[in-house]
Design a protein around this ligand. Structure first.
Ligand SMILES: [Zn+2]
Length: 665
């Protein structure tokens, strides 16, 4: 388990159903990954040393120095001990960044110059600029007019510059950064897989220092904190709308709100480089390719740069360029991706609001990692989960995974890139949870309700499995704190249930209202309380309990059909079945207490399933209020009944979802 809580992950949904936490994101995590790789490499190079001697030693240990995992732990602990005192020091916020990047894929190196402007929104004069440095570059040069370096801790990646004249409130300061990275000799392990010969994918945080002390880099693991004599800390700020300090940052950035980005990026003559925004122009110079991109709309300060030998598939949807950049050997799923982008935009622009960019791009990257991730207008997508396998026949699979992942990532253009949660518990409901719901709606339109049942069964399994393996405390959905089984899997089930109870139009109306209120707005950022309030506003009084049960508490049901039989009465069938319904509240440790049930639950009778579907045609369906544990129901059908069920589509979180339907006795 990674010791650093990493809130920067926008999407790590793993198609192989492993849901691996990936370590892509913040610099220290990247370093951590590198060091873990090196541990293995150290063993290998020791053996190799005996075989081929000093040459290996020179390359792995002299040219490419590294820190051990223990050393890295020390750095993180010392960073906190030395600089946490600056946590509340007012710092300016980045508002525009101009990148000039020269990428050399052939020798896995780059140079970049960044001209950025940061504005003082603190209301008080700022005398010092503090930076947490990026780990990736070999060298970082910062130039600030009329400022001098007064602290430079290479070891702890921290610098302080004193301004000759304080930066007044609402004034901006120019910060120039030059970075370079060269891969020398051969390494003990590949140190930075984000820049490769064909398929580079790195992001702005790999290049740029962040402003100020960054508490996201602190160790969150309790035992590790004890070992380093660090005081106890919460994993993340508790959900509390009155905690305005925590709400001044979104969970994606602690040094910026919405930024303008312009990029000139060059790469080798046979590659295409991509940066956020519209392509303004491209040209060739001395055998190298140059591209100038500019964001059409200000965005979260979190975006990527990519370069490879790409084929491009293009289409247009209502004036928006849809593009897939892929390796020409990997065209299998490209048409499906374009279709999902279109269907997603159709749903999201109809129900949520306008799409803010002039393009949407999916960009293949090598399978050093297996995830897809949404940046403004661009979606880097691992070849491992979307390109190298032919997934074009969704009937052969339960779910059209490619279609689903694209719909989920497209939804992040709204959920995370327009509405982004404050840096406290629950923020991932607003990004991952709502992206799941959005993708479910697009999928349901494309593939129908039966496929959704399969998908939701999987989500329920993952949630129930996740909570049984929780080593800390399960949180209610609106307080999720980096818990994927909650903000992906439980969120899917709960949002779908809410939609079934109050209607899709109402859920979409609430989400649209949230977007109108908080989309692209500066701090204080919204919390899951704001989102849940929007749901409450559109939910009738008799169904408010759904929100109390599913968002604010951990509520588990147990619904079961005990027996079912039918007899023919004239021209119809009379179906009688007995059910057991129980409701429990769980605490964070999994202790469950039975509470009275008073819920609307569906009962139904089905015909025999056809075409491999899990359920047959609905012969009778009724939503009833269940107020006690044991019940007997009678429904009439005109066709021969095959099975009876209570909560047959598993809308409710159920201890045992598979006993809700019973074949006729
Ligand atoms: Zn996501």
């Amino acid at each position: 388990m990674n010791p650093f809580y990493n809130p920067a992950i926008l999407c790590v949904y793993c198609i192989l159903h492993q849901g691996n936490e990936n370590t892509f994101g913040y610099r220290l995590n990247l370093a951590w990954k590198r060091i873990r790789n090196n541990r293995i490499a150290i063993a290998v190079s020791a053996l190799a040393y005996m075989a081929v001697g000093a040459f290996i030693y020179y390359n792995t240990l002299v040219l490419n120095d590294y820190a051990s995992a223990e050393e890295m732990e020390d750095i993180v602990a010392k960073y906190e001990k030395s600089f946490k005192k600056y946590e509340n020091l007012a710092q300016p916020r980045f508002r525009s960044l101009d990148f000039s990047i020269d990428l050399r894929p052939e020798d896995r190196s780059f140079k970049a110059k960044i001209t950025s402007w940061a504005i003082n929104r603190s209301g008080t004069p700022i005398r010092e600029l503090h930076f947490t440095m990026p780990l990736v570059p070999d060298s970082v040069k910062i130039t600030i007019p009329n400022a001098k370096l007064i602290l430079d801790s290479d070891e702890l990646y921290y610098r302080i510059y004193a301004l000759d004249k304080p930066l007044a409130a609402n004034d901006s300061v120019m910060i120039n950064v030059e970075v370079s990275k060269a891969t020398q000799g051969f390494e003990n392990s590949v140190s930075f897989t984000e820049v490769t010969q064909n398929g580079s994918f790195f992001n702005n945080t790999d290049l740029m220092p962040t402003l100020g002390y960054n508490s996201n880099f602190e160790m969150s693991d309790k035992k590790m904190r004890e070992k380093h004599k660090l005081p106890k800390r919460e994993i993340i700020a508790k959900l509390d709308n009155k905690n305005v300090k925590a709400r001044m940052n979104s969970y994606l950035s602690n040094d910026s709100d919405w930024v303008q980005v312009n990029t000139v990026i060059s790469t080798s003559g046979d590659q295409t480089a991509i940066a956020p925004g519209s392509l303004v122009r491209s040209w060739k110079k001395r055998g190298r390719n140059y591209f100038n991109y500019k964001l059409d709309h200000q965005s979260v300060n979190f975006y990527s740069f990519t370069s490879a030998k790409f084929e491009v598939a293009r289409t247009k949807w209502k004036g928006i360029d849809l593009e897939v950049y892929f390796d020409k050997k990997h065209a299998y799923n490209v048409a499906n991706m374009l279709n999902s982008m279109k269907k997603s935009l159709e749903y999201y622009t109809t129900h949520f609001g306008p799409y803010p960019h002039k393009q949407a791009r999916i960009i293949e990257f090598p399978r050093y990692s297996s995830f897809a991730q949404a940046f403004p207008g661009t979606i880097p997508f691992s070849e491992g989960i979307g390109f190298i396998l032919d997934l074009s026949d969704p009937t052969a699979h339960d779910i059209d995974q490619v279609f689903y992942v694209v719909a989920h990532e497209m939804a992040h253009q709204y959920w995370a890139h327009q509405v982004v949660g404050a840096n406290m518990q629950g923020s991932e409901l607003l990004s991952e949870g709502f992206a799941q719901y959005s993708a479910l709606m697009v999928m349901e339109k494309e593939y129908g309700k039966d496929k959704m049942k399969k998908f939701l069964e999987y989500e329920m399994d993952r949630y129930l499995g996740g909570r049984s393996q929780e080593t800390d405390e399960e949180q209610p959905l609106m307080k999720t704190q980096g818990q994927q089984y909650i903000h992906y899997n439980k969120a899917s089930v709960v949002m779908y249930y809410l939609k079934e109870m109050i209607g899709q139009e109402k859920v979409d109306e609430a989400l649209k209202n949230l977007l109108l209120r908080y989309g692209y707005k500066n701090a204080p950022y919204p919390t899951s309380i704001d989102a849940v309030n929007e749901f409450r506003n559109v939910t009738p009084p008799e169904l408010q309990y759904v929100i109390t049960d599913m968002f604010e508490n951990i509520t588990v049901f147990s619904n079961k059909v005990e027996k079912t039989s039918y007899k023919k009465v004239g021209s119809v069938y009379e179906v009688t079945f007995t059910t057991v319904s129980e409701k429990f509240r769980a605490d964070g440790l999994g202790n469950e207490t039975a509470i009275p049930i008073n819920n609307y639950i569906d009962i139904a009778v089905f015909a025999e399933p056809e075409n491999g579907n899990t359920l047959g045609k609905v012969l009778a369906y009724k939503r009833i209020k269940v107020t006690k544990k044991g019940n007997t129901y009678t429904l009439f059908t005109s066709e021969k009944p095959y099975s009876s069920g209570i909560d047959p589509y598993n809308y409710l979180i159920d201890r045992r979802p598979d006993d809700n339907i019973r074949l006729q006795d």
